[in-house]
Design a protein around this ligand. Structure first.
Ligand code: THU
Length: 136
């Protein structure tokens, strides 16, 4: 089924992202983040950021979300929502855009500070799995 065939319940994704944000472990940055996404088969997966005393080893909320996706049976992401402590929409960091790209469904949408955008808009000209095949 194409991504545009059924409506995305953005309010449900927002609620799941806010709930995930409430579980964040962010004692160093004091910047809790929650992320939620709708899978192609209709599941909602989510994650929060988990920091570490070795600051650079911080796991972004998107890392936990992708772990949730994989542990829950895999699949692809068709819509994504990320929030900060106030529940405001947060743009995924550059690394996490790459991470989300790997698991995108065709036409994946993201709620952004500028409204709904596609994965291709937030990570144009992306490097991805196809590039690895080209030079083999
Ligand atoms: N953070 C995320 O969880 N996801 C993002 O896309 C942006 C940044 C977290 C990492 C760190 O725990 C905190 O926000 C401050 O950078």
């Amino acid at each position: 089924m194409a991504v545009t065939d059924t409506e995305v319940d953005w309010a449900a994704l927002e609620a799941a992202a806010v709930a995930a944000m409430g579980k964040a472990y962010a004692p160093y940055s004091k910047f809790p983040v929650g992320a939620a996404a709708l899978t192609e088969d209709g599941r909602i997966v989510s994650g929060c950021n988990v920091e570490n005393a070795s600051y650079g080893l911080t796991l972004c909320a998107e890392c936990a979300l992708v772990g949730d996706l994989h542990m829950g049976g895999g699949g692809r992401l068709r819509a994504f929502y990320c929030v900060d402590a106030k529940g405001n929409v947060l743009m995924p960091c550059g690394r996490c855009r790459q991470l989300l790209y790997e698991f995108r469904a065709p036409g994946m949408q993201l709620m952004t500070t500028q409204g709904i955008k596609t994965m291709d808009q937030v990570l144009p000209d992306a490097f991805g799995p196809d590039n690895l095949e080209e030079n083999r």
